[in-house]
Design a protein around this ligand. Sequence first.
Ligand SMILES: *Cc1c(COP(=O)(O)O)cnc(C)c1O
Length: 374
Amino acid sequence: MSARQAVPFLDLSATHADLRAEFDAVWHDVVDNTAFIAGDYAARFEAAWAEYCGVDHAVGVANGTDSIELILRGMDIGHGDEVIVPSNTFIATAEAVVAVGATPVCVDVDADTLLVTAADIEPAITGRTAAVIPVHLYGQPCQMDAITALASKAGIAVIEDAAQAHGAHWRDGVVGSLGDAASFSFYPGKNLGAFGDAGAVVTKDAALAARVRSIANHGRADGEHVVHPLMGRNSRMDGIQGGVLLAKLAHLDKWNNDRRAAHVRFMDRLSGSVAVPVSEHPEAHSVWHLNVVQVPDRDQVIEAMGARNIDVRIHYPQMCHRHPSLEDQPELPVVEASTPRLLSLPMYPTIADDDIDLVCQTLNEVLAELGHHP
Ligand SMILES: *Cc1c(COP(=O)(O)O)cnc(C)c1O
């Protein structure tokens, strides 16, 4: 019997293969110009990224956790302030709030999309709430109109965590342009990924962008090397990351469309399955960073899939509101019920149709072996 074909969780080599010459040119330029931090490539990427996101300002920073923290600091949010975050997110969203001394207040999510909604946020608003961070998790944008309407009524800021949603849109608005500021990560595995850590802050607010840029560069005054009006920190984008991201940005829409096409095939092959996919809101255009379903006996399913050479993961096993460092968090029924059932199936732009079929067929077989029949 021949070994079953292996399906990796993520494979970026095929998406990079055609861009090899461009990446080599970036490397040569960076070395020739000795422009290792920020410089021309980072500035060109910032301009292109702001335009892509439909805003005037983008600031390249060191990663997508710093970018949330820098937005909070730029807005003067810190000790004594509460910031509302969905419990179903990557831990970085809450980490950034803790890093500025503010208190994360975790809230529940919608049972179909697993995203935070205005209805989840509203009861958590208090006199101390300074901001809410809607997370466009798995690549799908939150229902932003209702969230921004609620926030403006309550007088709180909206900070999009768009780390998983480059190019997604809610109605006709692209993520990054839907709140007061947005944070992006370019961690290599994200839909737009660098060759190391990188991130960006985008905003329509010129003053906020200038403050973020200064804080991320040791509090320096614009164009000054040894004048520090603010007490800042160091979180800058490398030149090489700017160049790589600029080269890859030209292909982002195609890659996102390929992810969407792959997702359609997954949905077709999983229709009627015991595995329940995250649903896409009819007015959302998801870019499917992750391909998440809910299954019973999740841990046994992962083991059985692994034994059949199919790499599946969990995003995320840690419920933010149950993190040991966070006290006095509420009970959140949707997150508590869904978290033990979450399973991320393979997803990347070049995933082969045969591999999608194999993943779905194997998943249904495994569920049947565990006694779960549709
Ligand atoms: C990846 C990610 C981050 C953090 O980005 P890094 O660049 O890894 O620091 C923040 N929020 C979410 C939702 C993420 O997926």
